[in-house]
Design a protein around this ligand. Structure first.
Ligand code: AMP
Length: 194
């Protein structure tokens, strides 16, 4: 099963996808997390993307696709995979569909998380104090929310048209949101997408 987690920064995609993946025995492809690890390790990839992450802009497609392709073909993603933070643009979504089609696969469900901007800012600033992520500063948060609105939110329509979009309210407690995701996954193939 291939599931995409779509939603603004701070909505809780990362936490939720780890929990679901562990329960289901699936792999996770979190492009932001992989890029941050590469930065911390000081690899050539990490050094080349630092400027983008530190300013909240999107990294060019090429390195992102390279790592998605690599991870997707690894054994951890054999039974299923959740993509967190990818695709990020309609162009990436189209390219990803093409990549999957090469091996006869397609996205089974895109789960779109919604939450209001004030709550997102509050959560991101709280995370900044806890985790010290270099891109959780007020200026970068504003930029990332804007990039989401301009470049990523159009994916909602893209996946709705593709008839694989399911919506989940991201404003609840982590346990409530987790339950909503499980309900969606259980109903994939039975319930009509939105
Ligand atoms: P995230 O952890 O998903 O919020 O991502 C953190 C940062 O990593 C983003 O602000 C981008 O700079 C970069 N990034 C993550 N995923 C992608 C992607 N699919 N395409 C381009 N840049 C990405």
């Amino acid at each position: 099963m291939i599931v995409v987690f779509l939603g603004p920064p701070g909505v809780g995609k990362g936490t939720q996808c780890q929990r679901i993946a562990t329960e289901q025995g699936w792999g996770v492809i979190s492009t932001g997390e992989i890029l941050r690890q590469a930065m911390q390790a000081g690899t050539p990839l990490g050094n080349s993307v630092r400027q983008y992450l530190d300013t909240g802009r999107l990294v060019p497609d090429e390195p992102v696709f390279e790592l998605v392709e690599q991870r997707l073909s690894s054994v951890v993603c054999r039974d299923g995979c959740i993509l967190d933070g990818f695709p990020r643009t309609v162009q990436q979504a189209r390219m990803f569909d093409e990549l999957l089609a090469k091996t006869g696969r397609s996205i089974d469900a895109t789960i779109c998380f919604c939450a209001d901007d004030t709550e997102l800012r509050r959560r991101l600033l709280q995370r900044a104090t806890k985790e010290g992520r270099s891109d959780d500063t007020p200026a970068t948060i504003a930029e990332r929310l804007e990039v989401y609105r301009d470049q990523t939110a159009p994916l909602i329509r893209y996946y709705r048209d593709a008839k694989c979009l399911y919506e989940v309210d991201g404003m609840g407690t982590p346990d409530q949101v987790h339950q909503l995701i499980k309900n969606v996954l259980r109903s994939v193939g039975e319930r009509e997408p939105v």
